[in-house]
Design a protein. Sequence first.
Length: 374
Amino acid sequence: MSIEQGPIRPPSEAESLFIRVTRNCPWNKCLFCPAYKGQKFSRRTVQEIKEDINFLKEAAVKVKAYALRLGSGVHITRETMELIYRQEPSLFHVAFWLYRGGKNVFLQDADNLVMPAEQLAEVISYLKEHFPTVERITTYARAKTVSRRSVSELKMLQEAGLSRVHIGLETGHDPLLLYMRKGVTAEEHIRAGLKIKEAGLSLSEYVVLGLGGRQMWREHALDTARVLSIIDPHFIRVRTLSMREGIPLLEKVQSGEFQPLKDDEIVREERLFLDNLTGTGYFISDHILNLLEEVEGSLFHDKPAMIGVIDRYLDMPAEKRVNFRLGRRLGVYRYLRDMGDAGRYSQMEALRKRLQEEGRDEDEFLEEYRGRYL
């Protein structure tokens, strides 16, 4: 027997246990998102989900039995995981979860709050009964769906054990929301975010840098800052737009209708966004697509330092910015300070000069790598 798994999860949930509540996305029309294209949305029954929870509970018991056999008590060690990987790989996900603490659970897929609140609360309560040591349970949701929920329904979920809701704001600019077929307005985003907070739930909002393209980048930055300043979510997580096969927006790029921003232009957009953003939440760049991962911190305490990181990059000579972009996209650099490593810097300089000699555009070269990640 095995359990269903959805295709994606937030980077912050990498060490969580995954339980699929719904299948795919009920909207599935956003031009920039490839995640569920061609897949039909459906709800799983409460009984189906409970059976998965039962399976995971049995799997956890088996994993702990392996640990006992190896003499490590109920503590899951690397040796335990290696043995399970060789002998019973179907248990590895649960083994890794327990190895990392076994405290967090992420409910998949894209909009679990479409499920009747009473049913979702029943699932969450059942999960807590079978895994009483779980401390955090999180889920994706669409703002449109949340905006239609009452605060009392959201409180019911919070009391059952739901901890955090991840919402894809993407942009606060209404014309861009319409263009990207997001199916929600800025006002509905605000209403949804405030309801989640009123219900006592943690709120994580996502923004897509570069989503406005060359035509709407300024409005995207300013209106997104305005909307998020009103909501003041606990977390703001940024992603960077990328083009690859399977993304409907790619057709508009190829026709010339939508003109994507280059890396340096996206960084300038991010600076404008951050400069106009106020609040008490935490700003996070936790995705490989983001050029400047170290732009992170408390909006209240660290905003000048975050803007300082952006300015430090923008103030570098053009050749050094290309050097960093090459290193970041190829996995040679993670942070700006990594350029201080002479060996890595020289390696990227050699590549930069070779591209220049061959007459190749470094932005086109870099886009090939940026487009490999979701």
